[in-house]
Design a protein around this ligand. Structure first.
Ligand code: BTN
Length: 245
C-alpha cells in the first residue's frame, strides 16, 4: 500500500537516490514513500535537474515491485502514476492534462515531473523507483526553461504539505489497484482523455526539423503518435521529440 511506510528526510541529494541506496541494503515494503523537504541534486529526466525551494513542494519517491507487469507493459506504470497525480491535482484545480509521457501540465505550464528508474531482470521489472516532484507552494522559479507553475501560483492558496502527501498517496494507491487488477482498457481511456494536445494542431521539433502535427495517441510501446497535415502518422520515442511550447 502506497504511503503505509513513509520515510521523511529534511534534506537529501535526491529522493530517488535515497530510495535506491535503501533498496540495495534491504527490501523496503511495497509502496514505501521516501520524501524530503529539500534535494541538493534533484534529478529530472535526461540531463535535467529538478528545482524545488526548501519545504515548499512535494518531493517523493515511491518504491514498487510491479512483478505482475511484463516488460512490454511497462508504459502502463507510467500512465497509472500520471493518472494518480492528475486525480490528486483535480481536487484543487481544473484543466489538468498529461503531457506525454508523464509530465503534468496546467494551461501550458508544468506543475509536476516524474522520473521512473527501474531495475529489469529477464522479462520482469525487479523494482521501480517512482520519483515525483509536484510544485505546491513555490511561486518564484529560477530556471525558466520549462515554464513552471504551482498550485499556489494558480489558486493563491498556501497548502499543508503533509495533508497533500496523504491525499496523493490515496490517489496513487487507487490507480495502482486498477493496474494490479489489469484494467488496461480503463487506464488507456483515462490517459487518452487527459492527453495534452490530443487532436490539436501544434508545433514539434525532431532532430533539426520543426513541424506542425496533431497528437493521435500513445502506442503500447509508449511512443507518441503524431499525424502531419499530409496524413502521415509517425511514432516518436522520448529522446526523438521536443514539444514547442
Ligand atoms: C522531469 O520532469 O524531468 C522529472 C522530474 C522528477 C523530479 C522528482 S523530485 C523527487 C524525485 N527525486 C529526484 O531526484 N527526482 C524526482
Amino acid at each position: 500500500m502506497i504511503g503505509k511506510k513513509v520515510i521523511f528526510l529534511n534534506e537529501t541529494e535526491s529522493t530517488n537516490k535515497a530510495a535506491y541506496d535503501l533498496i540495495i541494503k534491504e527490501k523496503l515494503p511495497e509502496g514505501t514513500v521516501i520524501t524530503a523537504g529539500y534535494q541538493s541534486s534533484g534529478k529530472g529526466r535526461g540531463a535535467n535537474s529538478w528545482e524545488s525551494a526548501k519545504n515548499k513542494n512535494l518531493l517523493l519517491s515511491v518504491v514498487l515491485y510491479p512483478e505482475f507487469l511484463e516488460i512490454t507493459q511497462q508504459f502502463f506504470l507510467s500512465k497509472t502514476i500520471a493518472l494518480g497525480i492528475s486525480d490528486f491535482l483535480d481536487q484543487f484545480i481544473p484543466d489538468v492534462a498529461i503531457k506525454w509521457p508523464n509530465d503534468i501540465y496546467v494551461s501550458n505550464k508544468k506543475i509536476c515531473g516524474t522520473l521512473i528508474e527501474q531495475a529489469i531482470s529477464g522479462k520482469k521489472i525487479q523494482h521501480s523507483i517512482i520519483g515525483i516532484g509536484i510544485n505546491i507552494n513555490q511561486v518564484r522559479f529560477h530556471k525558466n526553461t520549462i515554464l513552471p507553475t504551482s498550485l499556489k501560483k494558480i489558486t493563491g492558496i498556501d497548502y499543508d504539505l503533509s495533508a497533500c502527501l496523504n491525499l496523493l498517496c490515496i490517489c496513487l494507491n487507487n490507480r495502482c489497484n486498477q493496474l494490479k487488477a489489469k484494467k488496461f482498457v480503463e487506464i488507456d481511456k483515462a490517459y487518452d482523455a487527459r492527453l495534452y494536445r490530443k487532436e490539436e494542431g501544434a508545433f514539434y521539433k525532431s532532430g533539426k526539423k520543426v513541424f506542425e502535427a496533431i497528437v493521435k495517441g500513445v502506442g503500447t510501446d509508449g511512443c507518441l503518435i503524431l499525424k502531419t497535415k499530409d496524413g502521415i502518422e509517425t511514432k516518436y520515442a522520448i529522446d526523438q521529440l521536443e514539444f514547442i511550447l
